[in-house]
Write a protein that binds this ligand. Structure first.
Ligand SMILES: Nc1ncnc2c1ncn2[C@@H]1O[C@H](COP(=O)(O)OP(=O)(O)OP(=O)(O)O)[C@@H](O)[C@H]1O
Ligand SMILES: [Mg+2]
Length: 413
């Protein structure tokens, strides 16, 4: 650690974190550039017993005032990180310093980004997971709210990325909840959603747009991408690992937060994104899920440069406790805790068998809910399992799942 160098004229040299040890932690000043030229923002805080303190002083000063402060801090024993002056701490010191330093700057960064959040179209926000999400204007394309939908705290980062206008790709097994997560964020914040599934007949014309003749006139019809961009809708590109290269090429242009689309077929018309436009993708067999590619036949490998333009989240199935909650909430008032806990345990055992490759079919939350619903109607788990599970899998898989069910449910007398 070095004392601030006060002889330098260039105040940019002095940006950074100044700290001194206190009995129970550290006291610090952070110097950053303020909005107006030649002004500096000074933030002060005290960390206690390993806990990062909040900013208790936040002021803007001019260059002369900053120099006076630097002098005062030096007298008081504050020092700036040595790396700024070309001297490096020992590897051990740096290793120990990393986490406290990171926690301090992360706390400061999240306090200042919260202040700079984009305003909602309607001025309202709604709390989803633990994040304030600006609301949209509503409309016919807003998905219906699923009141039984559960937002565990681990979804916070995803919701935060949506607010920050990041491109979010969700990967995971079928029925893990990828599409519904985005739809339920949109439903609660009243944003319209368009979905485009790449595992089918979606052509670049459907996606980007095409010319057509109507009543003797030649008309351009926007595809889903320019429609969502112009109207500020959320676009979910489902099963992106099945998309044709020409669709991926069109997408690449809009992966930057303010990326614009050039409609080459329409005389190079430029489509700029509406501030509410968001882009999402889902995939089963990309990146960390590539090990399961044999289960998702026909999925393409995505290149790293393309993946690097997304925040890619691996979405696992809900835990048994969460899934039991979802069963209770979805099938209320008929589902009981005892039944829900057993059904969630059966799903978890089937997934474990799938992970060991004893079972060749995944066991989705969708499948579990459907089986449970039918079971409540028939009063018979086996009869309900026939159309909800057994008929969809190989005879070997059906036999194994039947064994798991019997292990958890004793037959009625
Ligand atoms: N967190 C949750 N809370 C409540 N229900 C959930 C949750 N996650 C998933 N589900 C249920 O699981 C169903 C399937 O989820 P979804 O269709 O989103 O899966 P997916 O991962 O997109 O599957 P696919 O890869 O087959 O498209 C949802 O309709 C919903 O009923
Ligand atoms: Mg889906």
């Amino acid at each position: 650690m070095n004392a601030p160098d006060l002889t330098e004229d260039d105040n940019a040299e002095h940006l950074g974190l100044y700290q001194r040890a206190t009995e129970s932690g550290a006291e610090w000043w952070r110097v950053s550039v303020a909005d107006r030229p030649q002004t500096y923002r000074l933030e002060h805080g005290v960390d206690d017993a390993g806990r990062v303190g909040t900013v208790d002083i936040d002021l803007v000063v001019d260059a002369e005032n900053l120099r006076a402060k630097l002098k005062k801090w030096r007298r008081e024993g504050f020092a700036i990180d040595a790396d700024d002056n070309g001297e490096s701490d020992s590897d051990l010191n740096r290793r120990l310093a990393f986490m406290p330093e990171l926690q301090r700057v992360a706390a400061l960064a999240s306090a200042s980004t919260a202040k700079q959040r984009p305003r909602a179209d309607s001025g309202e926000t709604v709390r989803i997971a633990q994040v304030e999400v600006p609301c949209g204007v509503g409309g016919a394309l807003v998905p219906p709210v699923n009141a039984a939908y559960l937002f565990p705290a681990r979804f916070n980062d995803i919701v935060e990325d949506v607010v920050e206008n990041r491109r979010v790709m969700l990967i995971g097994h079928t029925g893990a909840g990828k599409t519904s997560l985005i739809e339920q964020i949109a439903a609660r914040s009243r944003h319209g959603v368009l979905r485009s599934n790449m595992n089918g007949q979606t052509t670049v014309g459907d996606f980007v747009g095409f010319w057509t003749v109507k009543g003797g006139e030649t008309l351009w019809v926007d595809g889903v991408l320019p429609t969502a961009m112009r109207e500020g809708l959320w676009l979910i590109v489902d099963e992106i690992d099945f998309a044709e290269p020409s669709i991926l090429a069109a997408l690449t242009a809009v992966l930057e937060p303010h990326g614009r689309l050039v409609l080459k077929e329409k005389g190079n018309e430029i489509v700029a994104p509406h501030p509410s436009f968001r882009l999402f993708a889902t995939a089963n067999a990309v990146g960390a899920m590539s090990q399961f590619r044999h289960l998702y036949q026909g999925a393409n490998l995505m290149n790293e440069a393309f993946l690097d333009r997304w925040r890619v989240y691996l979405l696992d199935y809900l835990t048994p406790a969460e899934e039991a909650d979802v069963l209770m909430r979805t099938l209320a008032p008929n589902m009981t805790r005892t039944l829900a806990t057993t059904l969630a345990a059966i799903a978890a055992d089937c997934r474990a068998a799938f992970a060991r490759e004893d079972l060749s079919s995944a066991f989705s939350t969708r499948r579990l809910l459907d089986w449970a619903e039918l079971m409540l109607r028939t009063g018979d788990p086996e009869r309900a399992a026939a159309p909800a599970i057994y008929a969809k899998v190989s005879p070997e898989d059906a036999a194994l799942i039947r064994g798991i069910v019997r292990h958890h449910i004793a037959p009625a007398d």
